[in-house]
Design a protein. Structure first.
Length: 220
């Protein structure tokens, strides 16, 4: 499929940003699966990886990348490579389409550089067409749903999904995200929320956009 070719282009371009000998943070999703494939071809150039999900860990192992390190060994990393569901011109993102938002946000927060790899359809002017994922503790569904409705969103529990952390995902439709930082802060404060998939306080530093004619690079 055409979009997959664009994802692949962006993913392979991320190899240029690897600092030799360092540990790389690995995101989750179909774009990242191309990055993992690319990474497996330069195994001597990095010392290990930390993974943001069980799915990525499985894929890393399948591709022969076995030096998968525990996140708690580190307090900072050089780079984190991940994709997004939507990204705006301020490099703020909606993430969590794959349900791995909590570990993704932890790794993004501890990384000096967040390199976001996307196909060109992920670029938007205003975030929110893609439903905003929130990882929540199961007993908080009713309370958080009520609070989300109050701010104009329509919450729906993601069917048949339990996160790697044993929680559930609420996907929020119809939310007007014209001020991503204030919405991120507001949702973060609700008791029962583990992580909101708005990456506005910590956005991306570099965006690699796979396009028909090549890869566009946007830097802060
Ligand atoms: C997973 C994510 C992904 O980065 C996001 O869903 C994009 O995925 P894909 O590369 O498959 O389009 O946040 O939790």
């Amino acid at each position: 499929m055409y979009l997959n070719q664009l994802k692949k282009k962006a993913a392979w371009a991320a190899l240029n940003y690897i600092v030799p000998g360092t540990v790389i943070g690995i995101g989750t999703g179909s774009t990242v699966s191309y990055f993992i494939e690319a990474l497996s071809t330069i195994q001597n150039s990095f010392s290990g990886v930390v993974s943001s999900s069980n799915a990525s860990t499985r894929l890393l192992k399948e591709k022969g990348i076995n030096n998968i390190l525990n996140l708690n060994i580190f307090s900072s990393l050089e780079i984190y490579i991940d994709s997004a569901d939507e990204i705006n011109t301020n490099m703020q993102m909606i993430k969590g389409g794959g349900g791995a938002l909590t570990k993704e946000k932890i790794i993004a927060g501890m990384s000096k550089k967040f390199i976001c790899i996307i196909d060109e359809t992920k670029k938007v002017n205003v975030l929110g067409k893609f439903p905003l994922p929130i990882e929540i503790i199961p007993i908080s569904i009713s309370f958080i749903s009520k609070e989300i409705i109050k701010i104009g969103g329509i919450p729906k529990v993601r069917k048949n999904v339990i996160t790697d952390n044993g929680n559930i995902i609420l996907d929020v439709y119809n939310l007007n995200i014209d001020d991503p930082i204030s919405i991120e802060k507001k949702i973060n404060l609700l008791p029962g929320v583990v992580t909101v998939g708005l990456f506005a306080l910590r956005g991306a530093d570099i965006v690699l956009i796979g396009k028909k004619k090549g890869v566009e690079i946007i830097e802060k």
